[in-house]
Each structure stands twice: as structure tokens, then as C-alpha cells.
Design a protein around this ligand. Structure first.
Ligand code: NAD
Length: 370
């Protein structure tokens, strides 16, 4: 059995703790089945941390996050903290966890489970079997570029400025990561920008091409303008394997791809940093959804996005492809068996609670382990 690995669990607010409890169940199953053991710490983040400590992320929690192999995060925020000062709001803790640990790549798979293909807003044949990965640049671009601000320019007029800025090394590292990830999949990368109208797009294409030529000849690299990519995502999404856009385009394209899959409650994500000397990357795994205040505390949340985020953790932080595939297969079988939480409920299926869904996943894991 592999040596213990360090995990920090930050369940957060709303349905965060409910879905995290179901990951605990899966982790306990893996521990008992002797697949892997983790040293697990659990701490507060977001509104829960604000209530206890007056800040959404304490220095101690951040220090712990810096020292672990991976962070599993539920979700943060909710109406209760809407009027808290900006720098102490739940979201500030989340942003600090990403920024301080330099998690520059956001991986968002868009996978359509056969049992849920009909839940997509697109025709079933367009999305059945969809399996793509969007790797969004997360720490650069227009969300962080300077100068930015809103200024009075006289005569009752104002001017707002945002700056889209990228360095070649920022582009190079995200493209190389995309090529590395593609090698574990269908080996195809679509680099996305607007080189026709943006200087950052010109540099993006140039650096992506150079990085590709430097050791990634085996990976197929293509280029597409971001507006065309948006169209292609809803026209023929199965043409894509890995898509690598900048921060702004990635934000929009990944939400668009997410909706192809039908439900927020099914979508996992990973955020990765640069590899250290041992090749290990700092990482955080979290569902795409938020804290769902409308159903929090009612045992109604779909825990599969959180459980699938844990599968990504096994794959990307611990190189446990087999374990990741087992968890994903268990989730697929549970859906094939007709179990549904409220968000993905369909006629003729069996409505289950968050806890029942988590339990069903471990029952399937039992069967898979034979
Ligand atoms: P949300 O994702 O929390 O909810 C949107 C809708 O989807 C709701 O109707 C909710 O019930 C449903 N939903 C979401 N996840 C579900 C699940 N696992 N199972 C079943 N149904 C699910 O988005 P929102 O309502 O815009 O935001 C609510 C709060 O969450 C806000 O405070 C927001 O800031 C925060 N938020 C946090 C994160 C994060 O922590 N990463 C992300 C998005 C929103």
C-alpha cells in the first residue's frame, strides 16, 4: 500500500459540508479497501471561518494548505455574508488559496454520462459520450492586469480601464501543461485566442506554437479564435479533446461547456500550480457549483461533483489513475441504475438524498472491488 498522503479538507459553507461528508465516505472506503490512506486535516474556510475567526481564511489554514499534497474544497459564500467587507468575504479566502499557492491552471472536464445525455440543452446525439477538458489560465490576463480602474474624465463622463496582459512564460507553462494532459487523453490540443484582433492573442499563438515544437511533436496542436470556439462548442462539441484558452475566454467557454453536461451538481474541477523539484504540483480540487443556499441543510445536494473532484485529485495529485477510474465508474453505474438527486431527477428514476447517493457510490465501489 502506498505511503500516507496529506489532504486538507475545507468543506466551507451551505451544501459544502454535506457533499464533503460523502467524499469522506469514499475516502474511508478506499482506506478500508487498502487502496490508499490519507493524513487528513479539516478546517474552516469562507463564511464559516469568518464567523469563527473574523476572516475567511486564517494564516494557520493558509500555512496548512501550503504544506499538503492537495486541498479538497467544498464551496464558500451565501446571503449571510453578503454585506461583509470585501477583503473578508468568503470569496476572498478562496481567491487567496488560489493566488498564494500560485494555482495557474484550472482544469474543467466536460463529460456527459450516458444516463444523463438527455438532460443537456443540446440534442442527445451531439453530447452523448462527450469528454473534453478545458484548461483555463487562471492567474493572468485581464482579471489581474494593471492599470485598471474607473476615472472621471470631465463633463459628467467616466472611463473604465481593464488591461489584458500576458508574458510569454505565463503562456508557455499553461500550454505545456495542456500538452502533458493531452498525452493522457486523445492527444489533441486546441489553443484558443483572438490573434486576429488582440496583441495577447498574437503572442499566445506564437508561444503555443514554439512550446509545441519544443518536445511535443506527438501531440496534435490546432488554433481557433475564441468566438469560433464558442460557436463550435454548441455546434459540434465532440470535436474537442483539450482546449487551452486565457483567463477571460476560459471563464466563458468553460461555463458554456459545463451547460452541455446538463447539471452543475455533476461538474468537478482542479486547479494546479507549477511542479516542484519532485514533480509534484500544488493543487486544489473543488466542484464547480456554489453553496446552493436554497437547498443547504436539507440533504438534497448532489455530491457527485465533489466526489468526481476527489477522483481528479487521485489522478492529478497522486497519479492513481486506477483509483480515479474506479470512482468515476462507480458514479456512472449509480446513474445507470436510475438513482438521481433532485437536480438531475428525470421521470421514472429514483429520487435519493445526498447521503443515499454517497452511500450508493460506495456500494458500487464494493462491487467493482469484487
Ligand atoms: P450555486 O451553484 O450555489 O446554485 C445554483 C443553483 O444550482 C441552485 O438552484 C442550487 O440549488 C443548484 N445546485 C448547485 N449545486 C448543486 C448540487 N450539488 N446539487 C443540487 N443542486 C445544486 O450558485 P449561486 O446560487 O449563484 O450561488 C450561491 C452562493 O454560492 C453564492 O454565495 C455564491 O457566491 C457562492 N458560490 C461559490 C462558489 C465556490 O465556492 N466556488 C462558486 C459559485 C458560487
Amino acid at each position: 500500500m502506498p505511503a500516507n498522503k496529506k489532504l486538507l479538507m475545507l468543506p466551507g459553507d451551505g451544501i459544502g459540508p454535506e457533499v464533503m461528508n460523502q467524499v469522506r465516505r469514499v475516502i474511508d472506503w478506499m482506506d478500508k479497501a487498502r487502496h490508499v490512506s490519507f493524513d487528513i486535516d479539516e478546517d474552516l474556510v469562507g463564511g464559516a471561518a469568518y464567523d469563527a475567526h473574523g476572516t475567511s481564511l486564517t494564516d494557520e489554514t493558509l500555512a496548512d494548505a501550503m504544506g499538503v499534497d492537495a486541498v479538497l474544497l467544498g464551496a464558500v459564500g451565501g446571503p449571510k455574508w453578503d454585506n461583509v467587507e470585501r477583503d473578508k468575504r468568503p470569496e476572498a479566502g478562496l481567491l487567496a488559496l488560489r493566488k498564494e499557492r500560485e494555482l495557474f491552471a484550472n482544469l474543467r472536464p466536460a463529460t456527459v454520462f450516458p444516463a444523463l445525455a438527455e438532460a443537456s440543452s443540446l440534442k442527445t446525439e451531439l453530447v452523448a459520450g462527450l469528454d473534453m477538458l478545458i484548461i483555463r489560465e487562471l492567474t493572468g490576463g485581464v482579471y489581474f492586469g494593471q492599470p485598471r480602474g474607473i476615472e472621471d474624465i470631465g463633463g459628467g463622463e467616466k472611463r473604465a480601464i481593464d488591461t489584458q496582459v500576458y508574458t510569454s512564460s505565463e503562456i508557455d507553462r499553461i500550454c505545456r501543461l495542456a500538452f502533458d494532459m493531452a498525452r493522457k487523453r486523445d492527444n489533441r490540443v486546441m489553443s484558443v485566442e483572438k490573434a486576429n484582433v488582440m496583441e495577447t492573442g498574437v503572442l499566445w499563438r506564437e508561444v503555443a506554437t514554439a512550446a509545441h515544437a519544443d518536445g511535443y511533436d506527438d501531440v496534435e496542436l490546432s488554433h481557433m479564435y475564441a468566438d469560433n470556439c464558442a460557436m463550435q462548442l454548441v455546434r459540434a462539441p465532440k470535436q474537442f479533446d483539450v482546449i487551452v484558452p486565457d483567463n477571460l475566454f476560459g471563464d466563458i467557454l468553460s461555463d458554456c461547456a459545463a451547460m452541455l453536461t446538463g447539471s452543475l451538481g455533476m461538474l468537478p474541477s482542479a486547479s494546479l500550480g507549477a511542479p516542484d523539484e519532485s514533480g509534484r504540483r500544488k493543487a486544489m480540487y473543488e466542484p464547480v457549483h456554489g453553496t446552493a443556499p436554497d437547498i443547504a441543510g436539507q440533504d438534497k445536494a448532489n455530491p457527485l461533483a465533489m466526489i468526481l473532484s476527489y477522483a481528479m485529485c487521485l489522478r492529478y495529485s497522486f497519479d492513481m489513475e486506477e483509483g480515479a477510474e474506479m470512482v468515476e465508474a462507480a458514479a456512472k453505474t449509480v446513474l445507470d441504475n436510475g438513482l438521481r438527486t433532485g437536480d438531475i431527477m428525470q421521470p421514472g428514476m429514483t429520487l435519493v438524498s445526498c447521503q443515499q447517493m454517497g452511500e450508493a457510490v460506495t456500494v458500487e465501489l464494493d462491487k467493482l472491488a469484487g
